[in-house]
Ligand binder design. Structure first.
Ligand code: 0O2
Length: 216
């Protein structure tokens, strides 16, 4: 259900959502091409899967309210950065930074801000690399730079965040202390697992190379 206020004014809800959907398509294709090229050159797939979504009207209203804004189209376009969101899930932490760098180098994208919740995890234990970018959408009568939030994380980080997100919404931010504590502990385990898997992967590559040299 789209709130009434979102249908007032010159810009309608449909027009705005059309823009965000177009921006998601553009960024989605860029990420897919980067993955294809990487596979082509390095014979290696840095991305496990990609999910994209347009934030629901209810979530937009909730977030506007949380930040003290009225539910209007103007406010949502100005203040909500993740209306169009794309989540890129990688195998290893090293893939995250490699991808982020490749995305940052694309001339037709503008990187507005970066939040590195891997180097600086949230108090909850949340880890992920966020890039806010704008992409130009070419329309019949002009160009509109449209915001997309790119979240890049490992499968393990994604596993943790999905469960934490569910719990957070179940308790509306007031989860019992022992649950928050256990979740933070799990975040630590996730980081350990990521580090272990990364070094294991490096060991595999090295062993494979030694085998190849021996066979030559
Ligand atoms: P949803 O339902 O995922 O869309 P904010 O700080 O949230 O007011 P901003 O600038 O969007 O504003 O913050 P940020 O941190 O760059 O991005 C917010 C999004 O990151 C969230 O969107 C979540 O998707 C994710 N996120 C941030 N912190 C956490 C966390 O502690 N746990 C989990 N599971 N996800 C988190 P929304 O709108 O909050 O929710």
């Amino acid at each position: 259900e789209v709130p009434d206020k979102f249908n007032e004014g010159v810009t309608s809800w449909e027009t705005v959502i059309f823009l965000y959907n177009s921006a998601l398509k553009e960024v989605g294709t860029k990420v897919e091409i980067l993955n294809d090229e990487f596979r082509h050159i390095h014979k290696y797939n840095p991305i496990e899967y990609v999910k994209s979504r347009i934030k629901s009207p209810e979530s937009i209203v909730k977030k506007l309210k949380r930040h003290g804004y009225e539910s209007t189209i103007d406010n949502m376009v100005k203040h909500i950065n993740d209306i169009a969101g794309i989540r890129v899930v990688c195998s290893f932490t090293s893939d995250i930074y490699r991808l982020a760098e490749m995305i940052g180098r694309q001339n037709d994208l503008t990187v507005v801000s970066i939040k590195d919740y891997i180097k600086n995890p949230k108090d909850s234990g949340y880890k992920s690399y966020h890039m806010l970018v704008t992409v130009p959408i070419f329309l019949t009568d002009g160009v509109v730079d449209t915001k997309v939030e790119i979240q890049i994380r490992t499968i393990a980080m994604d596993f943790w965040a999905s469960l934490e997100h569910k719990i957070y919404y179940k308790f509306e931010g007031n989860a019992p202390e022992y649950i928050s504590r256990d979740l933070q502990e799990c975040a630590g385990i996730v980081s350990m697992l990521d580090a272990k898997m990364l070094s294991l992967n490096e060991a595999i590559i090295q062993a494979k190379e030694q085998q190849r040299v021996k066979e030559e």
